[in-house]
Design a protein. Structure first.
Ligand SMILES: Cc1cc2nc3c(=O)[nH]c(=O)nc-3n(C[C@H](O)[C@H](O)[C@H](O)COP(=O)(O)O)c2cc1C
Ligand code: SF4
Ligand code: FES
Lengths: 415, 157
């Protein structure tokens, strides 16, 4: 593999085919893993690479894999999280569209490392065409002996299946994903037990984001030290940042962990469209608290965004311009979480629709003094009081919006 | 009367079921297959699917109503789903939604009397770099403006 970047294949004609991937020395790392390395070697490398999850929570992948109990007679599962429902996020679609074989190679290595023989790729239902591309890649890989029984004569068996969701953001939350994969409503489970011990079909399960898994062949090829040097010592590699909103060049950009948010917007994404000025940035998908222009001189890594009271999340950067009304932004955010609450916990089920209704009334010009304080009070009552992180994912951006843009929001209130 | 699955769908369903250690886990993909065949999931279809997977019709109904992609009423030949989430709205989705409503003569959630179009508003489609965007059946269209929407819809049979 000559390339050293996840995005190397993006937008190249034919990059999704097995022939193309093999030409780029594809599947060499899977061969090396299965034939020359032990699962322990692999786990040590992934741990040493400090690969953090790319799905939102940023948990170190090697540590997560290490939690899976070895031995025992239950089967173990890998669920690749391709739900990609966080508004602003579209990076995993690029990996699956242009580099499905890199994802499969990552899956083979990951499963061999953890002792897993069945993997499911849980993909959002709308990505029907992408799911078909994955199915084709799986068929190609199987025909070549990279999947199925006794892969490359190593004695290792692995089946990979694509499982389409059906339109429910909450199914991106890992335990809701498990419920959904079992054929149920996507209601998150209480943790503990954690999926590593009791997950899919009550068996030990690893859940990782598409981009996390797609990094594995690179780590193996170039070594954990190289990987760490790509990013930060405790947070290795690059990340795929999706930039959307009124910038000149919206799209997906691969930059080292720790790159500058300002550069991402003003250099890579070309800056604001002509005639537009920057008003705010949501740095990590809709769940991430909003930043004002004077807060964007910041590096893109979990720790520094946390320091700024926001989060890196899924790396989805939404750029907002001066022409946008913050009341409208707030309305869209409130509408989204109200729509997507699974309804299991009262604060989330009742609070989010209440906020949505209040903001809608404000948007209709019928806002009243005290509305913003009441919205904040309800959001604070959701915060930290729910079963799954969706509650906080709704409350935090709403609290940030109503704090940082209070004055503007107040202009919509009558007396 | 329960709708009968075609032989082809039955075969596809058998293949799907074999992918899981428990039959019930095949519910979402089987419902997708049923919707492909019948266009929507009626209560009768729910019953057939329940029979196939050996679960109760109530359980199937619970799932069908949880997920937004299962149509519980017939939809038009073309299901136009436009994103109303943030990145698309920042780039003008609002006026495109009004345009679609006017052009098709229906409100979001409705189907044209000739059963050609159903028009829906949806949450982020995962294609925000092409905002504003929409889906027509399973095809994505991005960087939309009114002329582009007119061209896309006028070219549909
Ligand atoms: C409401 C909600 C939605 C989520 N959606 C996604 C998603 O679409 N894709 C994803 O990879 N992770 C999503 N996550 C994070 C997952 O729960 C989980 O942390 C992740 O898949 C683990 O993989 P990683 O460690 O490789 O990031 C979501 C979490 C929450 C709370
Ligand atoms: S926080 Fe909301 S989405 Fe999460 S389990 Fe509770 S009700 Fe469901
Ligand atoms: S906001 Fe419209 S596709 Fe993401």
């Amino acid at each position: 593999m000559e390339d050293k970047a996840i995005s190397h294949f993006f937008k190249q004609d034919g990059a999704h085919t097995l022939a193309f991937y093999l030409n780029q020395n594809g599947y060499e790392q899977a061969k090396k893993a299965l034939k020359e390395l032990t699962p322990e070697d692999l786990l040590n490398q992934v741990k040493a690479a400090n690969l953090r999850g790319r799905g939102g929570a940023g948990f170190p992948a090697g540590v997560k894999w290490g939690f899976v109990p070895q031995g025992g007679d239950k089967p173990k599962y890998l669920c690749v999280n391709a739900d990609e429902g966080e508004p602003g996020t579209f990076k995993d679609r690029y990996i699956m569209t242009y580099a499905p074989h890199r994802l499969l190679e990552g899956i083979i290595i990951s499963c061999f490392c953890v002792g897993i023989n069945t993997a499911y790729i849980y993909i959002r239902g709308e990505y029907e065409n992408v799911a078909q591309r994955l199915e084709t890649a799986i068929d190609e890989a199987r025909a070549q002996g990279f999947l199925g029984k006794n892969i490359l004569d190593s004695g290792f068996d692995l089946e990979v299946y694509v499982h389409r969701g059906a339109g429910a953001y909450i199914c991106g939350e890992e335990t809701a994903l498990l419920e959904s994969l079992e054929g149920k409503r996507g209601n998150p489970r209480l943790k503990p037990p954690f999926p590593a011990s009791i997950g899919l079909f009550q068996c030990p399960t690893v859940i990782n984001n598409v981009e996390t898994i797609a990094n594995i062949p690179l780590i193996l090829h170039h070594g954990p030290e190289w990987f760490c040097n790509q990013g930060l010592p405790k947070d290795g590699g690059t990340r795929l940042f999706g930039v959307s909103g009124p910038v000149k060049k919206p799209g997906v950009y691969e930059l080292p962990v720790g790159a500058s948010l300002k550069d991402l917007i003003f250099t890579h994404a070309g800056g604001m469209q002509d005639g537009k000025t920057l008003k705010a940035v949501i740095p990590g998908g809709m769940s991430a608290p909003i930043l004002k222009p004077d807060e964007i001189d910041i590096t893109l890594d979990g720790d520094s965004l946390m320091e700024a009271k926001s989060m890196l999340g899924s790396g989805a950067v939404i750029v907002i311009d001066e022409d946008a009304s913050m009341l409208e932004v707030l309305r869209i955010v409130a509408e989204f979480y109200s729509h997507e609450s699974c309804g299991q916990c009262t604060p989330c089920r009742v609070g989010n629709p209440w906020i949505r209704k209040t903001v809608k009334r404000m948007a209709e010009g019928k806002g009243r003094r005290g509305d913003i304080e009441n919205i904040r009070r309800v959001a604070n009552n959701i915060l930290g009081k729910t079963l799954c992180p969706l509650g906080d994912a709704a409350a935090l951006p709403i609290l940030a919006l109503t704090e940082k843009f209070k004055e503007e929001l107040e202009t919509s209130l009558s007396d | 009367m329960s709708p009968e699955f075609s032989e082809q769908t039955k075969k596809a369903i058998a293949e799907i079921v074999a992918r899981y250690p428990k039959k019930e886990a095949a519910l979402l993909p089987v419902l997708h297959a049923a919707q492909r065949e019948f266009g929507y999931i009626s209560r009768a279809t729910e019953k057939s699917v329940a029979g196939l997977l050996e679960i109760s019709p109530a359980k199937v109904h619970e799932v069908v109503t949880f997920y937004t992609m299962y149509n519980r009423q017939p939809v038009g030949r073309y299901h136009v789903q436009i994103c109303s989430n943030l990145s698309c709205s920042l780039l003008g989705a609002g006026s495109l939604i009004d345009h679609l409503s006017e052009k098709l003569g229906i409100q979001p959630g409705e189907t044209t009397p000739d059963q050609k179009f159903t028009f829906s508003l949806v949450q982020c489609l995962g294609a925000c770099e092409q905002a504003p965007c929409m889906m027509v059946n399973f095809e994505y269209f991005g960087n939309l403006d009114t002329p582009k929407i007119d061209e896309i819809l006028d070219n549909l049979e």
